[in-house]
Design a binder for this molecule. Structure first.
Ligand code: F0G
Length: 460
């Protein structure tokens, strides 16, 4: 349906409700202290608006809950598996389909098979678990974001694109034989949930084909990416999003999906490819770590809900509401003087903490300080994407800051309404007035792998 009105209406009615976690400011002061200024340690009941992630936090539809009841829990050959397989194959066109319990399980399995020392995985940008799994295998994860992707003030339609020329220089330098895979993350989560254009995907595919490097999609948010292509790329305006998504997958030799995003489920994922030899090796690891080929760490009911979600997510009324909601949040923040990554991403808005809090040095985690301040001010939970997540020490122990300091406010799917978003804008506006009072943090404990999940900090 053409939507000519400014008001964003949620394209659903609400049948089941959950209370929000109201707390007082005094409580939040204490809770932050107890959590060592790490919002992963706060009980969800103590969060009012939870924008930590859009992963597994969505609301399922009545149809999906119906699927949950129909789930076939047979150990081998369950009907739910075949429903899932058919749906994934229809969307992706790929032959070998391997269920896993979530995205990183697919990554662990795939990179155990194709990674290893001396190898490089190239990408527009690896998500943090992808990078961690590549590096854990001994390989190196190399990012080639589009020029200007890190210029957060500049608006461009497809800032998730890869820099194809830089990729090619790297391939020539290291040798294609040392690069077992190129992965395009759609949308590009680490750099603001920005979409990748079909034109760029085609160029990357052409490059990969020329050098004999398989191309995979990390397709957690494929439907949002396809909708952005429809909105922003020439020639796609009249095409159904489903067709656009299928065209994206046609370019790939494989993919993996954290289905906790665009399959609208609370748990689930898959790995899919055409290479039967890789698939066979992956399935051996699947049985070792996840489960038998036809359930891969999921219950039959999860597979059923996943299959339905993959269809529902391509509903254009839903996608309109989804993408407009993020844009509305972004526009609201800008009006309140809060700098964001422009334009707003698909699954949320990323506040540019480096610009917002120039008085806090990178080693004092400006984005983490801002995330804590947002919780303190209004019970809102976002996530840091900055030096806590990506900061490093070089061989001599010198501190290396992350290139960006962002706080991601991710939008769970079909969960919050426009008034919740108005509240978030109001709280951010209030913080903006007193931002000089926000103090940096110092690290007490930081682990080498995925440090942001477990780090302990204290205010300066
Ligand atoms: N790839 C991308 C692009 C992701 O965003 C995620 C997860 C994964 C892979 C890993 O999948 O969580 O199912 O194991 N992103 C979540 C987030 C955690 O908050 O952005 P998973």
């Amino acid at each position: 349906m053409e939507w000519k009105w400014k008001t964003i209406i949620e394209p659903f009615k609400i049948k089941t409700v959950e209370p929000l976690g109201f707390t007082t400011r005094e409580e939040r002061v204490r809770l932050l202290e107890q959590a060592h200024y790490n919002l992963f340690n706060i009980r969800a009941e103590k969060v009012l608006i939870d924008m930590l992630t859009d992963s597994g936090t969505g609301a399922m539809s009545a149809d999906q809950w119906g699927g949950i009841m129909r789930g076939d829990e047979s150990y081998a050959g369950a009907r739910s598996y075949y429903n899932f397989e058919e749906q994934v194959r229809e969307l992706t066109g790929l032959r070998e389909i391997i269920p896993v319990h979530q995205g990183r399980a697919a990554e662990k399995i795939l990179f155990s098979v194709i990674g290893g020392k001396g190898r490089y995985i190239i990408s527009n940008s690896h998500f943090d678990t992808t990078r961690a799994n590549v590096e854990y295998s001994g390989a190196q994860a190399m990012d080639f974001p589009a020029k200007g992707a890190l210029d957060f003030d500049k608006t461009a339609p497809f800032k998730g694109d890869a820099d194809v020329a830089a990729m090619e220089r790297f391939i020539k330098d290291k040798g294609a034989e040392n690069i077992p895979l190129c992965v395009m993350t759609v949308t590009n989560n680490s750099l603001g949930g920005q979409p990748v254009s079909m034109a760029n995907l085609k160029k990357v595919q052409e490059l990969c084909r020329r050098y004999g490097i398989p191309l995979f999609l990390d397709c957690a948010r494929f439907a949002e990416n396809a909708y952005f292509i429809k909105l922003r790329e020439k020639g796609y305006n009249q095409r159904p999003v489903k067709e656009i998504a299928e065209e994206m997958f046609e370019l790939a030799d494989g993919c993996w999906m954290s289905s906790k995003k665009d399959a609208l489920v609370n748990i689930g994922g898959f790995l899919a490819m055409n290479n039967a030899e890789w698939a066979q090796k992956c399935r051996q690891l699947l049985i070792l770590t996840e489960g038998f080929n036809t359930y891969g760490g999921l219950a039959g009911r999860d597979l059923e809900a996943l299959a339905i979600g993959l269809r529902e997510v391509l509903d254009e009324n839903y996608l309109h509401y989804r993408i407009r909601s993020s844009a509305y949040l972004g526009e609201g923040l800008i009006k309140k003087g809060v700098p964001i990554v422009n334009p707003p991403g698909g699954h949320g808005v990323y506040i540019n903490a480096k610009k917002f809090l120039p008085h806090i040095k990178p080693q004092n985690f400006p984005a983490q300080a801002l995330a804590c301040a947002l919780y303190l001010e209004g019970g809102i939970r976002g996530v840091e994407i900055g030096t806590l997540m990506f900061g490093r020490r070089d061989a001599k122990g010198n501190f290396i800051a992350a290139p960006m300091e962002l706080v991601r406010l991710a939008m769970p799917r079909r969960v919050y309404t426009q008034s919740h978003i108005d509240y978030v804008i109001e709280v951010c506006g209030s913080l903006a007035k007193d931002k000089k009072k926000i103090r940096g943090l110092e690290a007490l404990e930081v682990s080498p792998i995925l440090p942001h999940f477990t780090a302990k900090l204290r205010p300066l």
